[in-house]
Design a protein around this ligand. Structure first.
Ligand code: GRF
Length: 216
């Protein structure tokens, strides 16, 4: 988080929006986005989702964005599998700034975030990860948990830094691993927890940055 009194580059409350505005980035079906959009439908909740962006042209999250009346756009990621090109990330930043976004919410965004976005929104990018971090970073964390034989799994909302799933932890929800669980049943149980945790953490984060900006 920023130190009170520090002006964050590229972050400003827009005059047309009295509450912090956030953009959502995702690559997949968008069930976390749906949970956020359902929570926000017809309500302000102290912050406002204003744009949905995806690196996958056919991602469900883009059609869901339109379904909920939130402007939604595909941004071409470039040739790499695990990251966007610097130019593509610059394009993301440009669109997010144009939408006057104060913070960014990753909801199943499958590429590692690099400098252009990190520098544009320092301490202002949230992610949800399907494990109790710091355990099981990286891909298919629920499968890693199952294979490790743990009795408890869950999800974590954290700030994004230059590492993979290494940023400051903001909140977690726990679920049991039950006898007979498969990767699919465990993932489904974790996702139910995600859909409750993420909207709550986004609201809390917005409250925090708003009070910081009022102190400023
Ligand atoms: C979630 O399990 C989340 O924890 C991870 O990516 C998945 C996205 O799922 N970061 P969805 O697209 O929100 O359904």
């Amino acid at each position: 988080m920023s130190t009170p009194g520090t002006q964050l580059p590229g972050v400003s409350f827009s005059p047309e929006s009295p509450v912090p505005r956030f953009g959502i980035l995702g690559s997949g079906k968008g069930s976390n986005f749906r949970a956020l959009a359902e929570a926000w439908k017809g309500k302000t909740l102290g912050c406002e989702p204003v744009i949905v962006l995806s690196d996958v042209e056919t991602a469900g999250i883009l059609s869901l964005g339109s379904e909920f009346g939130i402007p939604s756009r595909f941004v071409h990621p470039g040739p790499f599998k695990t990251k966007m090109t610097p130019e593509s990330e610059e394009e993301l930043v440009r669109i997010l700034r144009e939408a006057k976004v104060d913070f960014v919410v990753l909801a199943g965004f499958m590429r590692v975030i690099k400098e252009p976005l990190l520098n544009a929104f320092p301490g202002r990018i949230l992610n949800i990860h399907p494990s109790l971090l710091p355990s099981f970073r990286g891909l298919e964390a629920w499968r890693q948990a199952l294979e490790a034989g743990v009795t408890e799994a869950g999800c974590t909302v954290h700030l994004v830094d230059a590492g993979v799933d290494t940023g400051k932890i903001l909140g977690q929800s726990r679920v049991p691993v039950l006898p007979g669980d498969t990767a699919e049943t465990l993932h489904a149980r974790i996702q139910v927890a995600e859909h409750e945790l993420y909207p709550r953490m986004v609201r809390e984060f917005a409250r925090e940055i708003e009070s910081e900006s009022r102190d400023f």
